[in-house]
Design a protein around this ligand. Structure first.
Ligand SMILES: NC(=O)c1ccc[n+]([C@@H]2O[C@H](COP(=O)([O-])OP(=O)(O)OC[C@H]3O[C@@H](n4cnc5c(N)ncnc54)[C@H](OP(=O)(O)O)[C@@H]3O)[C@@H](O)[C@H]2O)c1
Length: 293
């Protein structure tokens, strides 16, 4: 059986963990960072996939700058939608399964309880539209693409990426000794990337296809999440709640975008650990990254 796996976008928070997870499970893994393969280049994508002949192509690459995307929607669409089309077309030629990641932001947040896969999508901005288009491209060209929607991803690689993640932002702000304002009227389900990588491998091994939600499993407001981070990190900055009206961003965001993992768990995949367990693990790993790098 062909156990070759190609991971594109392998330098990101999720990509690096997917590389580790599939490697640990005995797959023959090739990880390509952006500098090694720009997925927006259809000729290079085609050439790479045809040459490697993988059984699975896992797309961890994305344009994730939600607010900047409002100024440059074409750049977001290029990576999150058209590049997914490049991957899907090449996978079709090579008979490879495409595993693609999408976002809780495909929803408008009006539902108020965790979103299930069948819920109607209604993206609120350029980033969200581009991610929904990526899902459609993956599923347009391939009968058995696996699309995994996730939420608020955090992993220790966030220490080394320009974009980072919410925990790194909070730790950085705490050092400024200024009051920190965080919205209390937006809820998501923050997702720990090493666990997401393991659950992805579980789905791949079950030959799952179609859309699956894999969020961290704990719906929480960003304010409460910040409070949890500071408690576990042993920090006591001045943390103040704010709201969407007071804290305007370029992009509209769903107020409530937590994801239900019911379908994932019904397929026999283990539930995510609690957010507290995940953040504790993150902070420990982070310390190890900081002392060994
Ligand atoms: N982060 C979140 O909060 C969040 C929330 C919901 C869903 N998601 C989804 O989860 C998945 C993983 O996200 P993540 O947090 O791991 O993101 P990340 O840490 O920002 O990593 C994304 C990676 O994609 C690379 N990339 C960007 N454009 C590329 C291109 N044209 N060709 C090849 N690589 C390219 C980036 O490289 P450079 O750094 O060099 O640009 C980066 O290494 C994505 O599909 C994302 O949309 C993330």
């Amino acid at each position: 059986m062909n156990r070759r796996v190609l991971i594109v976008g392998s330098g990101g928070q999720l990509g690096i963990e997917l590389f580790r997870e599939f490697g640990a499970r005995g797959y023959e893994v090739t990880g390509l960072k952006r500098a090694e393969l720009d997925i927006a280049d259809p000729v290079k994508v085609d050439h790479c996939i045809a040459g490697l002949d993988p059984a699975f192509v896992i797309n961890a690459a994305a344009y994730n700058m939600v607010d900047v995307a409002e100024k440059e929607p074409a750049a977001a669409f290029q990576v999150n939608a058209l590049a997914v089309r490049n991957l899907a077309v090449a996978c079709r030629q090579a008979d490879a399964t495409l595993v693609h990641f999408s976002t809780d932001y495909v929803f408008d947040g009006e539902k108020g309880t965790p979103y299930v896969e069948e819920d109607e999508t209604h993206p609120l901005g350029a980033y969200a539209v581009s991610k929904l288009a990526g899902e459609l491209y993956a599923r347009a060209y391939l009968e058995k693409a696996l699309v995994i929607r996730t939420s608020g991803v955090f992993g220790p690689q966030g220490l080394n990426t320009a974009r980072g993640n919410f925990i790194e932002l909070m730790l950085r702000l705490a050092k400024s000794h200024q009051p920190i304002k965080v919205v209390e009227d937006h809820v998501a389900s923050p997702t720990y990337s090493p666990v997401l990588a393991a659950r992805t491998a579980d789905l791949v091994e079950r030959r799952a296809h179609g859309i699956y939600h894999a969020g961290g499993g704990t719906p929480i407001s960003w304010f409460e999440y910040a409070r949890l981070i500071f408690r576990l990190a042993g920090l006591e900055p001045e943390l103040r709640p704010t709201n969407e009206r007071e804290y305007r961003t370029a992009a509209r965001r769903p107020r409530y975008s937590a994801l239900s993992n019911n379908k994932l768990e019904a397929s026999g995949v283990e539930p995510f650990p609690s957010l507290e367990t995940a953040v504790r693990s993150y902070l420990q790993l982070r310390e190890r990254y900081a002392t060994t790098s």
